[in-house]
Write a protein that binds this ligand. Structure first.
Ligand SMILES: NC(=O)c1ccc[n+]([C@@H]2O[C@H](COP(=O)([O-])OP(=O)(O)OC[C@H]3O[C@@H](n4cnc5c(N)ncnc54)[C@H](OP(=O)(O)O)[C@@H]3O)[C@@H](O)[C@H]2O)c1
Length: 327
């Protein structure tokens, strides 16, 4: 696995990261032993940029990372996120970007992660009730205190990114980016990141699994899978979007790759570091192997023709989820 600079604040990460969310939340149940094996296999393969969040579980995903990779802490670049306040039992209270919550949340994440420093600490969602300068100012104090090495935002608008970066340099912004979700490439976010030297981390780079081609029907999702509540995963939209995935699969076959690998290579070609998630080693190995694929300009044009983004049907998130993204 090749490595790359993420942003211009001195952080180097594997060109592909790993998103651990699905091991503890949203996408049905996971097997603990396979999760631990998958996380270790990721590090063995050089996929050392590990993404989690306090909200996944809540708390459970951070604790899983500590159980699985605690002994290998020095080998990984550990990224986590905070935003919502939770009580000790994990019940969500409210989105809270106040400085006192920033200071409280980091201590809890450090404890759950079993580490004394977080490599990249993101604000998971911007609290519209708190000036971003206040939240980021408190995050900057964590950098000064040595508890956090770099800071970032998740799903923020270009205007918010600019204000945050003026308060303290951001290492990275994490937002949804895939062949099926490209709005940040045209809404000013990517331009702002490039101008300011901020890295881009692409979450859900496989379109929450859809771009792998493995999801052919809503019945392929567990009854408690949260994707059932997303517009893009309604039975009609799955049926319509499958035609697009099949075109990606055909283009992928021409160079002996899978649709998912081409989706990941596409994200890399946009200048992003993708963090695909999976609960199992087989998928991880397939995804990591995408690192050798450098798409040519002709291949990128063919993909743009095959998957015009306006042809993708169904919003990527619920109306309330989209409203919380602030972009
Ligand atoms: N900042 C945010 O607000 C935010 C939001 C969403 C996600 N994230 C981060 O981004 C990470 C990745 O996003 P994501 O998990 O939503 O979506 P994703 O990476 O696009 O897709 C994950 C899904 O794809 C499946 N999958 C992975 N590789 C596959 C393969 N080779 N073949 C077939 N299926 C495959 C996984 O299956 P199995 O799980 O069954 O193995 C899982 O259901 C998360 O883990 C999280 O760290 C951040």
């Amino acid at each position: 696995m090749r490595t790359t600079a993420l942003g211009s604040q001195g952080l180097t990460v594997s060109r592909q990261g790993f998103g651990a969310m699905g091991m503890s939340a949203y996408y049905g149940t996971a097997d603990e032993a396979e999760s631990v094996a998958t996380l270790n296999r990721a590090v063995d393969l050089g996929v050392t940029f590990i993404d989690t969040a306090e909200a996944y579980g809540p708390f459970e995903n951070e604790k899983l990372i500590a159980r699985a990779l605690g002994a290998r802490r020095a080998e990984i670049v550990l990224a986590t996120k905070f935003a919502t306040d939770f009580d000790q039992e994990g019940a969500a209270r409210r989105l809270d970007g106040r400085p006192e919550h920033v200071r409280r949340a980091v201590e809890r994440s450090l404890r759950h992660l079993g580490t004394d420093v977080i490599d990249l600490y993101y604000l998971h969602r911007v609290d519209p009730g708190v000036p971003i300068e206040d939240t980021v100012g408190a995050m900057a104090e964590l950098v000064a205190a040595g508890k956090v090495r770099g800071i970032g935002l998740s799903e923020a608008s270009a205007a918010t990114i600019r204000r945050a970066h003026a308060t303290h340099p951001l290492t990275a912004v994490q937002s949804e980016l895939s062949l099926f979700s490209q709005d940040l490439l045209t809404n000013g976010v990517k331009d702002a990141l490039d101008e300011l030297g901020i890295g881009l981390v692409a979450f859900s780079p496989l379109g929450r699994g859809f771009l792998s081609g493995a999801i052919r029907s809503v019945d392929d999702l567990a009854p408690d899978d949260a994707r059932r509540g997303l517009p893009r995963f309604s039975p009609e939209n799955i049926a319509a979007n499958l035609a697009l995935v099949d075109k990606v699969r055909d283009l992928a076959a021409a160079r002996g790759a899978t649709a998912g690998q081409i989706a990941l290579a596409w994200a890399t070609a946009q200048g992003a570091v993708p963090i695909p998630g999976t609960k199992r080693r087989t998928y991880l190995e397939e995804n990591a192997a995408a690192d050798v694929i450098d798409l040519t300009p002709d291949e990128l044009r063919a993909l743009a023709d095959a998957v015009p983004v306006e042809a993708v049907t169904g919003a990527r998130d619920t109306p309330s989820g989209l409203a919380a993204t602030g972009r």
